[in-house]
Ligand binder design. Structure first.
Ligand SMILES: *Cc1c(COP(=O)(O)O)cnc(C)c1O
Length: 372
């Protein structure tokens, strides 16, 4: 009665759009953290691998290991490490690792020695976001430690990267300049990198001068704009996810009927109420009550009464709506993930990432598990 359709062919199309934008000399990393922003990490990764993606990106090492366990052999970079991670499993499974501190470098070196593997690292530089990475100021010390590890044969420097704050052009351009400073410093120490990378989807669309050797795209691959402006189509992106349900009950009620918890809504005439089995447990934000619209039989209706855990009710007036009719929460008929995000005063990223487990996932264009 609840369905989440994930069109992996749209993921492939969005990858093509990104490749066209960045040109043939820039690699693309498909970011599949957080279950591919709720789209299904393994299914999305298999599709991207079939499309020849250069790299996959995950936040946690566990996500990267889950991909390997599913047979994904594409290069994977993981960047948000547990302070206790010993990195042995990471090296056994050929995961590229971000290095944000001397301590992480030390633990990676130890793992490399104990496994006999050479670790592929990407130096993470904090150019102004204030999250992980070393500041340009601390970079010199990290570089000298890395030099020793490289000389020891336990580490190769595959990459160097940073991440923008997306505050505005002035702040982003200052970060780009900081990144160039870090690159110059590394190069003055004799470092060369296979991939220098800075931009996520927003920077990739905004700053063609900052693509370097690779871009890291998440939200754009899922067909959504990284800006809160509902402009995905303008960028040639196709939404991947469609959330829908069926009307499970309808009833005629008189004028003056209170509807759902707290009676935020009273009918002002005799009318038909339609019950839809989707609530905040499905990721329909409770605070979108009174603002979110859904589409039933081609007509948009605002959810006026309180969104509950499992269900909501819409007043459909005298329209002919019956149990079994399709209700689009967001997707291919009117409301977009951006519209729902606006209604809930959040961003499209949060909408797609928080879809609950009770929706039945249906994949279009899925790639079968590889046999190797
Ligand atoms: C999540 C993330 C990305 C992808 O961001 P989008 O805005 O979804 O493209 C890229 N790089 C890093 C470091 C991230 O954490």
């Amino acid at each position: 009665m609840r369905k989440l359709t994930i069109d992996l062919n749209a993921v492939a199309k969005n990858l093509t759009a990104i490749r066209t934008l960045v040109g043939p000399n820039v690699k693309v990393m498909g970011v599949v953290k957080a279950d591919a922003y709720g789209h299904g990490m393994i299914q999305v990764a298999r599709k991207l691998e079939a499309e020849g993606i250069d790299f996959l990106g995950t936040a946690d090492l566990n996500e990267a290991l889950t991909l390997r366990a599913a047979g994904i052999s594409t290069r994977i970079l993981s960047w948000l490490h547990d302070p206790e991670d010993d990195f042995i499993a990471a090296l056994k499974h050929n995961i590229d690792l971000a290095v944000s501190s001397n301590d992480q470098l030390y633990r990676i070196q130890k793992a490399a020695k104990s496994t006999g593997k050479t670790a592929r690292i990407h130096i993470k530089v904090d150019t102004g976001l204030g999250r992980n990475g070393v500041t340009v100021h601390e970079l010199e010390e990290l570089l000298s430690n890395i030099k020793l590890a490289v000389a020891d044969g336990v580490v190769v420097t595959s990459g160097i990267f940073s991440h923008l704050s997306s505050t505005g052009a002035i702040e982003d351009l200052a970060q780009i300049a900081k990144f160039d400073e870090a690159l110059a410093l590394a190069s003055s120490h004799g470092f060369e990198f296979e991939v220098r990378h800075l931009t996520a989807s927003d920077g990739t669309l905004s700053y063609p001068q900052a693509h370097y050797d690779m871009v890291r795209c998440g939200i754009a691959l899922y067909g959504l704009s990284p800006f809160s402006d509902n402009r995905a189509k303008e960028f040639g992106l196709t939404p991947v996810m469609c959330a829908e349900a069926k009307v499970v009950q309808t009833k005629r009620v008189p004028a003056g009927s209170g509807v759902s918890y707290g009676y935020l809504y009273h009918t002002d005439r005799e009318t038909t109420l339609a019950l839809v089995p989707v609530g905040y447990a499905e990721g329909l934000p409770r605070n979108a009550t009174g603002k979110a619209k859904v589409c039933i039989n081609g007509t948009l209706y605002t959810i006026q009464s309180r969104i509950a855990m499992d269900q909501f009710v819409v007043d459909v007036g005298d329209a002919s709506v019956s149990p079994g009719d399709r209700v689009v929460i967001f997707g291919d008929c009117g409301p977009s993930a951006d519209d729902l995000a606006d209604a809930a005063e959040t961003i499209n990223y949060e909408i797609v990432t928080r879809i609950g487990s009770r929706l039945n996932r249906v994949y279009l264009g899925a790639i079968e598990e590889s046999s190797n």
